[in-house]
Design a protein around this ligand. Structure first.
Ligand code: ADP
Ligand code: MG
Length: 694
């Protein structure tokens, strides 16, 4: 037997069963089987008494007797129940599926151990599908019993827990021939990591809880380590192969702007990040940097200043935004900042007129036009630059990887790439998923910002909420009302929006109210946005088109309707539309009375914190990492054992160690690194599922 042996050749499997197991669990080889991990363990070292049962207990063991059983119901409702009793009480055992044979074998009036998870229903404990062991046959040495993922399809054919356990027992006997260490001894010793062989053995057949924990830690570390090693090697490769245009100077454009046109003092975080970008762009290596900064942290200014450096070095620069509104917003903001300079900037989107488009194309080709802002219209083939030196992508995870890659080919030597995101992602996720990007973080808001006050209100409070809005408008503030727009129920949602608009218009008849949604024409949208931005409109009733990046500092109240229907990062983004000026701002989350637990947690989190990183962590807890990265990229971080939430320490340590190793031995040529290198080459090299991130 080797780890590559197909499972059909294993004792007690054969071709038929092998096919079935492969179809259900994807297990094809001995190695797959070793990596088929128990989902939990039953602790058989402890026996509970029925009187001590509580709600929400983990799997437990009870000792007693089945006194009698009966069948009830017919067809799909048919079930088998039995009374199980110890000296302290009685519970009910239930089988929703069972065979005639099983029923006949039920050991009545014999001393038994049963295992499983108890439920409390109508004040009565029950235990569905218990595992049963007759006392005299109980395996004495077995303490933590592994439970493998179950499948009805397999269980029906006898491929049950006992079967998996016995196959794995046979495989584990061969572990010394099957598995070899892949981490250097020194490393293992310094981190007190269990050997690889021992870890696999103890994952499947734990000697005790402590051994199990050690095994778990070892396997998690290994997973994190080789993942980081892959990224580390990739980054190294990138740095030695991806030439970039060096921008050695900071010149007139930058200095003139910085000294004469900067409307405010940069925050320290902005200065630090700018320095990081500047240092990257100095080198003849393509920059590949992620700029994370919470909403309102002032990423736009960092972008502009970076573009000016590109110009100082004779290059063009562009910003690509995910929506037309956001592109316009950037365009207006940056035009305003450049108002008193002679720097030209243009806007290119899907709705740019043909004549204007032509002018832009020509300006870009001749080099007369240095700065371009736009939507994905920028990556169309017809758009050619004389020498694009810097491409900035705002709100990156709206763009697909492929779209971004099209920016690279705009220049012979690929432009430096700066990806800006206002949706902080949990640090552990960033460390894993983006570990081949350099990450800059703006972790400070401009001074004088007041924390946004967030409150949860229900339908019965609506009039109070309206009155509050009225008072704010009297003070000269502006209000957003946002309605959810979720594609499956689009027409219904538009109905909500238009009804909401009618209702609000009626209530606020003395004020100006306008509407903004995705189905409007770009020109209409722009007018609505402009009117709101100029202060001509008091209330903007909108869908989530305003979610990303919109900046109207005078708007101080954000009302989110049906807030329970929004995800956390979306709520946080929406809230970020207020609190952009000096005034106290508010976010009011309107919900119905009935909330799911998850929705309640989201609303509570929003009311408790403004910290985007904290919010992103709760979000990951609720949705899992795949969802956070977006569907296009889910699956990228499905680790076998590693949990991005629980295991941040392991991820951090593994990353540091990989960096240390690669800085001393970039090609892993040292004899101590041979095992590691071989293992990596065999199992990871070329197997990254995601390719280039930006
Ligand atoms: P985001 O990071 O969300 O894109 P913006 O770049 O839109 O944030 O900036 C939000 C607001 O803060 C803008 O009105 C901008 O002019 C202002 N701003 C940015 N940096 C500073 C600063 N250092 N001091 C004061 N205001 C700033
Ligand atoms: Mg922004």
């Amino acid at each position: 037997m080797t780890i590559e042996t197909p499972i059909e050749f294993l004792k007690s499997i054969g071709p038929e069963r092998a096919k079935l197991i492969k179809a259900v669990f994807g297990i094809a080889t001995v190695e797959d089987f070793l990596n088929f991990f128990p989902i939990r363990y039953l602790d058989k070292s402890k026996t509970y008494q029925i009187k001590d049962l509580k709600e929400n207990m983990p799997d437990i063991q009870l000792k007693g007797k089945i006194t009698h059983f009966q069948e009830t119901g017919t067809g799909r409702g048919k079930r088998l129940t039995a009374k199980f009793q110890d000296e302290t009480g009685v519970i009910e055992l239930i089988w929703f599926q069972y065979s005639q044979w099983m029923k006949e074998q039920l050991p009545v009036n014999r001393e038994l151990y049963i295992f499983g998870k108890v439920n409390l229903f109508n004040n009565q404990f029950s235990l569905p599908h218990p595992e049963i062991e007759i006392e005299e046959k109980k395996e004495k040495e077995e303490r933590l019993k592994p439970i493998y993922p179950g499948s009805e399809k397999l269980t029906k054919r006898g491929l049950n827990q006992k079967f998996f356990s016995s196959v794995l027992r046979n495989i584990c006997l061969e572990i010394p021939n099957l598995l070899h260490e892949n981490l250097p001894d020194d490393l293992r010793k310094s981190l007190k990591l269990m050997s690889r062989r021992s870890a696999y053995l103890n994952i499947h057949f734990p000697k005790n809880l402590k051994h199990l924990q050690h095994a778990d830690r070892r396997l998690k570390f290994e997973e994190a380590f080789f993942f980081q090693l892959g990224y580390g090697l990739k980054k190294q490769h990138h740095q030695s192969h991806n030439v970039g245009n060096p921008f050695p100077i900071v010149g007139e454009y930058f200095n003139n702007f910085y000294e004469n046109h900067l409307p405010f003092e940069l925050t320290n975080a902005q200065k630090r990040v700018l320095k990081e970008i500047r240092n990257d762009m100095k080198r003849p290596v393509q920059m590949n940097r992620l700029l994370q900064g919470d909403v309102g942290s002032g990423k736009t200014m960092v972008a502009l200043l970076s573009m000016l450096i590109a110009m100082d070095n004779g290059f063009q620069a562009c910003i690509m935004a995910p929506t037309e509104i956001l592109a316009q917003q950037h365009y207006h903001g940056i035009s305003k900042l450049l108002e008193n300079t002679d720097i030209q900037v243009k806007l290119l989107t899907g709705s740019t007129k043909t004549s204007e488009r032509k002018t832009i194309h020509e300006g870009l080709m001749s080099g007369e036009l240095s700065l371009l802002i736009g939507t994905h219209a920028i990556v169309e083939e017809t758009v050619q630059f004389k020498n694009l030196g810097l491409a900035i992508i705002d709100e990156q995870h709206r763009f697909g990887v492929a779209q971004r890659a099209r920016l690279w080919i705009k220049n012979k030597i690929p432009p430096h790439v700066l990806i800006m995101t206002a949706t902080p992602i949990p640090r552990t996720l960033a460390m894993s998923f983006y570990s081949d990007l350099d990450v800059s973080v703006i972790d400070e808001l401009p001074v004088g910002r007041k924390a946004i006050i967030t409150a949860h209100r229900r339908e019965k409070d609506r009039i109070f909420v309206y009155n509050f809005c009225r008072d704010e408008i009297k003070k000269g503030r502006q209000i957003y009302f946002v309605y959810p727009l979720i594609e499956e129920s689009e027409t219904l949602d538009y109905k909500n929006l238009t009804e909401g608009f009618a209702h609000i218009s009626q209530y606020f008849s003395g004020n100006t109210v306008s509407m903004l949604h995705g189905k409007m024409l770009p020109a209409e949208k722009e007018i609505a946005m402009q009117q709101f931005a100029s202060g001509a409109v008091d209330i903007l009733v909108a869908t989530t088109v305003i979610e990303v990046g919109v900046n109207v500092p005078n708007a101080s109240v954000m009302i989110i309707e049906s807030a329970e229907r929004f995800g956390l990062s979306q709520l946080h983004q929406l809230r970020g539309r207020v609190g952009r000026g000096a005034e106290q701002s508010y976010c009011i989350l309107m919900t119905s009375d009935k909330l799911t637990n998850e929705a309640r947690k989201r609303i509570k989190t929003m009311c408790e914190t403004n910290d985007g990183f904290k919010i992103s962590e709760v979000d990951m807890e609720l949705r899992g990492p795949g969802d956070i990265l977006g569907t296009q990229q889910s699956g990228v971080v499905d680790f076998k054992r590693l949990d991005l939430l629980q295991d941040s320490e392991i991820i951090k340590v593994s990353k540091e160690i990989v960096e240390k190793i690669l800085s001393k031995d970039p090609f892993l040529n040292h004899p101590d690194h041979e095992m590691m290198k071989n293992y990596y080459t065999k199992n990871y090299k070329g197997k990254n599922k995601w390719g280039k991130i930006s």
